[in-house]
Structure formats: C-alpha cells, structure tokens
Design a binder for this molecule. Sequence first.
Ligand code: C2E
Ligand code: MG
Ligand code: MG
Length: 774
Amino acid sequence: MHWSRVFKRARDQKPVPLDVYASLVDALYDVRPSLLIGSIASAIAALITAWKADEPALYAFAVAIALVAWFRNRDMLAYARVRSSLKARSEYRRWEHRYVIGAAVYVALLSSWTFASFGTGDAFIILFSFSVTLAYLIGVSGRNFASDLLVTSQIICAAIPLSAALFLAGDYYFVIFGLVLLPFFAALRLISNRLRKVLLDAVLASREVSELARRFNTALNNMPQGLCMVDADRRLVVANQHVPDLIGIDPEQMPSGRPFGEILVESLVPRLRTDADAEAFVARLEQLLRTGGVTYCELADGRALAFTARPMSDGGSVVVLEDITERRNTEARINHLAHFDPLTGLPNRNRLREELDRALATMRRSGPLALLFVDLDEFKQVNDTLGHPSGDQLLGLVSERLQSVIRRSDVAARFGGDEFVVIQNPMSQPEEAGHLAQRIIETLSAPFQVGNHQVFISACVGITLAPRDGSSADRLLKNADMALYHAKTSGRASWRFFEPAMDAEAQSRRTLEQDLRKALDGGEFELFFQPIINLRNRRVTTCEALIRWRHPERGLVSPSDFIPIAEEMGLIVEIGTWVVEQACRTCASWPSPISVAVNLSPVQFRRDDIHGVVSQALARSGLDANRLEIEITESVLLQDLVESQATLEKLTALGVRISLDDFGTGYSGLTYLQSFPIHKVKIDRSFITDLQPASRSLVLLHGVAELCSALGIVVVVEGIETEEQMATVLSETSIDEAQGYLISTPLPPAQIATLIGLTSGRIGWGPLGKAVNQ
Ligand code: C2E
Ligand code: MG
Ligand code: MG
C-alpha cells in the first residue's frame, strides 16, 4: 500500500484537508512522555533479560532500544520547534515518514530482542520479552491508528521476528502459538483502520458543520437587514449583529431567551414620534408576532423601520428588520411629484380631486363648502411678451398670493395652465364665497414684480356651492367652470355664482355644437343676399352674402347665434370655404358688374389658407376676381399685422377687393386705411340709429366719408331702415353706397336674382323692409 493513501478519507477517497492531516501528524508527535516511559521500561526489561542470561547480545539490545528512544525523543522535540513554520502538505508528510521510520526501527528492535531471548532457552526471559513486546504492540492501534503506514510498518516489523522466533523454537506448540498470533496482527490492523475511519469521519463532519455555521454567520451578519428568530414563547433565540444597531439597543440588552416584544418596546417606544404612535406600535407588534405580516414605525429622528415576521412550523417566527428611511423618502418624493405642481408647489389636479372627494365625504359633519374656479386674465400676453420663464415666475407669485387670502382649512390648487381652484371649506354663508372671490380678484389685480417688469393681470372667478349645486367632485368642477365662463363673458376681474340656467344653456350649446357639426354635410346652410346700392345712380353694386342655418327643429337660425360657436369649434373654416364657393357660384349667374361680398371670420385668417380657398372658388365658378369682395373686421388686422397684411395683399393681387366691415365699433384706427389695401369701408349700423342732424354720429360719418374719398376708398353705410336716415345720409354726407332694410332685407338667391333682373340693378327705396321697383 502506498503511504500517500493513508490519510485519504475512506468514504470518498479524497485527501483529507490539510489542517486535519496536520493535526493527525501532531497527534503522532504529541506522545513524548508515554514514548519516554515506554522506551525506558523496554530498555530496563532488555537489561533485566541480559543480566539474567548474562548474554552480551541482549545488553546490546538494551543499549540499542535506549538509543533509538533517545533519537525519537530528539525528533519529537525538533518537531515541536518547527511545527509553527510548517505549511505544505509535503512538509508534514516528511515528518510523518520520520516518525514511521523511528517507530518501525523501535518495534523491530523490540521484536528482535524477543527473537534473541528465545535463543537463551530461559522460560522467564522468553515470557518476559515476549510479553513486553506484545504489550507494546497492543498499544499500537490505540496510539498510532492515525497513520496506516505507521501501524502496518510496525506490525510487519514486529510480526516477522516474533513469528520467526516461534517457528524456529522447534516445538509444535510454539508453531501453533505462532499461527494463532497471525490473526491477532491482522485484527490489530483492522482495529486501527476502523478507529481512524471513525475519527476522520467525526472530525470532517464537525469541520463541515462549523464551516457551514461560519458561512451562515457571515451571510447573516452581512445582509443589509436585521434578522432574528423568536421561539414559540416569543423569546429571542438568535439575532444578527444589525438588529441592535437598527433598534438602537446595546447587544448586551438582548440576550437569547429575553421576550422579543419587551426588547423592541424598551428600545423603540421611547424614540417613536408621538405617544399615539407608541400605543399603535405596541398593538401592531403583538399582532405581528402572533400572526406574521408587516408593520412599520416612524422614529422621532425621521428614520423609518419595517418589521416583517414569518411564522415557522414550530410556533416560532423569523423577523426581518429593515431601515426603510431612504425608500420611504423616495416614495414620498414620487408621491409629492404625483400630487403637487412642481412650479407652484400647490396641490395638482389629482390631489385637488382627492381633497375635494375627502371634503365632500365629510360634508355632513363639516357643513357646506364652496369651490372657486380662478382663471387669470391676460396671462397669455405675459407669456408671449416676457417669455415663459417670466410666466412661470408669475404663476409662482400668483400661487403665493392665493395662499395668503385663504384660511388654513381651505385648499388652493393649480388646475392647469393659468387656472387655479380653491376649496373654501367650511363655508357657512354663500356671501363668504363671494367675498373670497372678491379678495382673490383684488389681490391678483395688484401689480406683480416679475424681474424688472411690473406686470398687471387680474382674474375671473366662477363659484359653485356644495351641496346646493351638487355633491360630486365632477359636478362641482363643471359647475364652477360654467360659472367662470359666464364671469369671463362679463369682462375681466369679475366673478359669478353658478346658476342652474347656466347648465341648461351649456346643455343647449352642446346640442347646438353637435347639430352644427352635422349641418354642413346635411346641407342645412343657405346663403341669403342683401343688396348694396350706389347712392348716386341707385344701382346695385354688390350683394352681401349672409349665411342662414335652416335647423330641422329650430327653424332659421341667425348667424350671430352660431357663427361665434362655429369659430370656437374651428368649424368656421369649413363653413367659410363653403360660403366663398357658394357665393362665387351664385354671383357668376348675376349680370356683370354686380359683385358679391363675403364675410370672412378672423379665425379663418389664423387657420386657413384663404388665398387658396378664394382662388379655387374663383376658378371653379369662373367669376371675375374683381366681382368678389372680402369683408373683414378690424380684429383681423389686429391679430398679426404682418401676416394679415401679406394675406390681404395676396388677395388684392388676385384682383379681389377688401371691405372693412362694422367700421366704428372697434379701434377704428384710421391708420389701417392707409397701410392696408382696403377698397371699401362699411360704417356700422350703430352710427345710423341715432343719426340726427348735427349729432356726433353725423359729424363722424361725414368726417370718415371725407377722409375715405380723399384716400380713394368707397364708403358704405350699413343699416339704413328709414326714409329719414336715408335723407340725412344723402343730404349731409358724401357717402357712396348704402345697405339696409329700407333698400332690401337679405333675400334668398332666387329672390335676389329676380330683384336684380327686374330692376336691372337699379333700386329705389320705399317703406321699411321692401325693395321698390323703379
Ligand atoms: P354684417 O356683416 O355686419 O352683416 C350685416 C348684418 O346686418 C346682417 O345680419 C344683416 O341682416 C343686418 N342688417 C342689414 N340691414 C339692416 C338694417 O337695416 N337693420 C338691421 N337691424 N339689420 C340690418 P345677419 O345676416 O344676421 O348677420 C349678422 C352677422 O353675422 C354679419 O354682420 C356677419 O358679421 C356675420 N355673418 C353673416 N354671414 C356670415 C358668413 O357667411 N361668414 C361669416 N364669417 N360671418 C357671417
Ligand atoms: Mg358684412
Ligand atoms: Mg357689418
């Protein structure tokens, strides 16, 4: 058997780990006292036999045994000296060999001494030497089982001389003795092998267990959480080193066996945020240890801990403690972002909904409340003129002022853009809501300092009351919005309470919007035409196309009732295109040079390619461009001067003429007349209504007419209803053309065609609303 297999594990034939091997070698060298005593005893025994037999060979054995013992003792001392410097397996192996050689020589000497004793023939000497050697051999398996090589070599070194001695003794009984002795040697080896296996297995198993425990311990102490185990009586069994840190207690204060709840209460309760928290925490903790689950606690220093307990089958539980301060702060930040407007720091629309729902849910107890919808006036201008950063700054300042006029129990939120909502809660009298709206308007109307600019804005407020006007958040927000809409139509810096009629109005408007969407495809629009005549020759110069909506249920709807809605909906673009097409087609059937005038909405100027629409309509109808007049209002010119001017110039380039409608109702900037390509000015009907000789209106009418004729612009007066008005216009002014019920009301295409045909374009005037044939 090769020596290197000696320390292999019997089970899996892997070499034993170095540290185990080293301790086995240590065990060999660790028996110096017993080796000394045994060797001295053996040397004395040999000496006694030598003395009794007076045999020099036996003296030599006594000396040799003592010498070998002396060498082995030296070796043992040498091993003790170098032991700490031994590292490699090969070094230990060398020392093992030295021991094996020493022991083999020693045993060989002992058994050779016994062999020599047989030569004396003295029964005492034979028995004495044989017993001493055998006694030594019996101890071999107990002392040297750690090394198979050692045991085997000693057995061989002992067996050969002893067996030889017995076989050579010449007596058959000795031969039988020798034969009986052989199984003894085999058993000796088996016993030591078995002992070694048992020992190695035990050593390796305990080594594995302690390694596992060490790794487990490392893992437990290196996990970021605190971990502890409690038994079925809720007493602490074990805890990792984070637990005392997390709960802020001296590790000494948490010995195993102490009730776990008691440890937590002692360490955490004094550090919780409030007494109420403490009470709730203790209750939750008991529940947690009973049934498992998760609970949290907030400490006064801002930290937050989470406890997760999981019950085990033996009735105990595992509790994980975690510092969730970071996670909680992150969640709080995300939550803040989701619920608050980053610009103003006010609750956002989502949060407003929650606040409103909460307030409505407790309204029975806390009493009525008011919802105020605030919309800034002129905010867009600030954004457009000073830029968005200034706009943002202004919104911040607005929110500060809003907060300064509300109470702690009220809520101000940013609804979006320049819209804010205030929940006035509680509100005992509706007047209180009115007062708050007034205060909001006043505070927002005071000048703001934005950068280097003083900015003036104001606000409109719509108010709705709960439960009077509704008790759901949706309803109230809608009501407040409707009230705001009405407030805005009454002008800047105004506020309105919601009224049920507004709802009805909004409802009917919604229906109107739906109907309007269908009207164009349904062919429900018609064009009426109203003639405009030249006051000098009474000939019809132009007919103004005026749209009518023949609604299936409402009958004929006036344009002033639906054009503004169509403008808001953007539908005016499609309607306007239809009007231009239709007007051109109709005009093409009239005798030349009678023209058609088409009203264009400012919205069309913003959104549509007017030039394209007009040229297409002209092309399709074959109408001469100079028989088409486009009526615009001053607001078109105000929108974007450069853009409008370019569009108008493109239209004029086509040959189309431009009329300035409703002149005198807007800014009436006379400079337009000079800077824009305007061919006609239509003076608004309002000038005619109080047209008395020597009135202010007449002076203005006269003045505008003079100015326009000087600029080569044709002047039309609108809304002539009476003979008197006509007479005054004719006698007091130099106005070129006139339009009005006195001449003719707007007429359907067939009638206007008849009128033009019958009169050959020359119309007189008779009683109100009737065209008179001349
Ligand atoms: P507008 O362009 O100033 O048209 C003149 C309005 O005055 C017409 O009202 C006409 O019927 C009315 N009118 C004419 N003579 C008299 C009179 O002697 N006495 C009174 N009391 N009224 C008179 P209508 O047709 O109801 O149109 C109202 C407004 O609707 C128009 O004012 C125009 O701004 C707009 N509109 C009409 N058709 C269209 C259209 O096709 N497109 C656009 N964008 N607007 C249109
Ligand atoms: Mg008009
Ligand atoms: Mg007009």
